[in-house]
Ligand binder design. Structure first.
Ligand code: FES
Length: 95
């Protein structure tokens, strides 16, 4: 779906897989994926701001850990993380 080397460290990339929108992040050289819909009101996390391994929702600013999906604002409302692996430089996700 994407080449890991092409993903920027500082901003997410959104891809479509079948009918799902997936936000891809690269932080510390590792690649992570989340459902593109914020668990609060569904805003696209792939359009959020990345800072220090966190993604900030573009709508209300909730903060999510890119690696775990844990929400600092509402721990009971984590983002949905999706397993990722990189094979021969290609990002693969497990849906
Ligand atoms: S929709 Fe993401 S914080 Fe409100």
């Amino acid at each position: 779906m994407a080449r890991a080397a092409d993903l920027p460290e500082s901003s997410p990339v959104t891809v479509q897989v079948d009918s799902r929108q997936i936000a891809l992040f690269k932080t510390g050289g590792d690649v992570f994926a989340m459902d593109n819909a914020c668990p609060h009101k569904g805003a696209p996390l792939g359009q959020g701001t990345v800072e220090g391994g966190k993604i900030f929702c573009p709508m209300h600013g909730w903060e999510f850990d890119i690696r775990t999906g844990i929400c600092a604002d509402r721990p009971d409302r984590p983002a949905k993380c999706i397993p990722v692996r990189v094979v021969d430089g290609q990002v693969q996700i497990q849906l």
